[in-house]
Design a protein. Structure first.
Length: 292
């Protein structure tokens, strides 16, 4: 038996899991492992292969204090400070939405519409994960991302540096940000956006991790959740080339409403794409060539 006070990797993992389970954390086991990886600066195979190794006291203290945070429903990614998305590493904090797997669907669709060398605008860029991934997978994208939040843009800039991708980020409400880089007159080849789209009355029902720790500004899409889609489509007349494509991430029940918005504005080739869970996740549409 291990001497009193000695804790092994497995002991800590078990202790963390039990503590998190008691606090009603859904993925207690995996979260305890991820927090342990973070504290020990180790990967999964180290944790699995070295269960009997003793852990030094500083690491035990650090681990326990992070488990305490997670027990308060602070998102795991705010504890580790990172989230993987499209194979890239993204820094996150409470100023940006944590990149979701759902949003990879938007990027994958965008990569089928966007060619090397295009001018691409990402509205409500947040952590920058959408624009940085697109620019990272294509060549010579003239990439611009706008956001109303200065704090979010600070994170986005660090993420572009971290992933060695060049994006011009600018602060402003949707297209207004373009004034700050003298590109307000520019027409882009494609516009992408994962805007806030949750109906205001649904916000109180979100998981504690999301509702209490992620920026509400990045989630609240107004009374019917469609405010940003309307404003982006309206403004696209000035900022999207004829024949250019708009791609939106949407909520699982918004495909019809967003399709109608595109139709009302004369858009063509309107398509809905499902994510890997089988939910409607992206609507894309093309601005007709013969439009003003
Ligand atoms: N899919 C996100 C969530 O469920 C919402 C993202 C958004 O509003 N753009 O929290």
């Amino acid at each position: 038996m291990a001497p009193v006070g000695i804790m092994t990797v497995n002991d800590l993992r078990r202790e963390g899991k039990n503590e998190l389970t008691e606090s009603g954390i859904r993925d207690a086991d995996i979260d305890s492992v991820l927090i342990l990886e973070h504290v020990l600066k180790a990967d999964r195979s180290y944790i699995l292969l070295n269960g009997d190794r003793t852990v030094d006291n500083d690491s035990i203290d650090a681990y326990r204090s992070l488990i305490e945070k997670r027990k308060k429903h602070i998102p795991l990614q705010h504890i580790t400070g990172h989230q993987e998305f499209m194979g890239f590493d993204f820094i996150v904090n409470d100023s940006v939405l944590i990149p979701r797997q759902d949003t990879e669907c938007l990027v994958e669709e965008a990569l089928t519409e966007i060619n090397d060398g295009m001018k691409v605008l990402d509205l409500c860029t947040g952590s920058g994960c959408v624009m940085i991934s697109i620019a990272g997978y294509k060549n010579d994208i003239d990439a611009v991302g706008t956001d109303i939040s200065e704090e979010a843009l600070e994170v986005a800039g660090r993420n572009a540096d971290l992933n060695k991708v060049y994006v011009r980020f600018c602060k402003g409400d949707l297209y207004e940000g373009l004034h700050n880089i003298n590109e307000y007159e520019t027409k882009f080849d494609a516009i992408v956006s994962n805007p806030p789209y949750i109906r205001s009355d649904v916000i109180p029902t979100l998981m504690e991790e999301v509702r209490d720790h992620e920026p509400l500004k990045a989630l609240d899409g107004g009374t019917d959740g469609l405010d940003f889609y309307r404003r982006i489509i309206d403004g696209a007349n000035e900022h999207l080339i004829p024949g250019g494509c708009i791609l939106f991430e949407i909520g699982y029940d918004q495909a019809e409403a967003v399709t109608d918005l595109f139709k009302k504005n004369g858009y063509r080739d309107i398509e809905t794409v499902k994510d890997y869970s089988g939910n409607d996740r992206v609507v894309k549409a093309r601005r007709p060539i013969n439009m003003r």
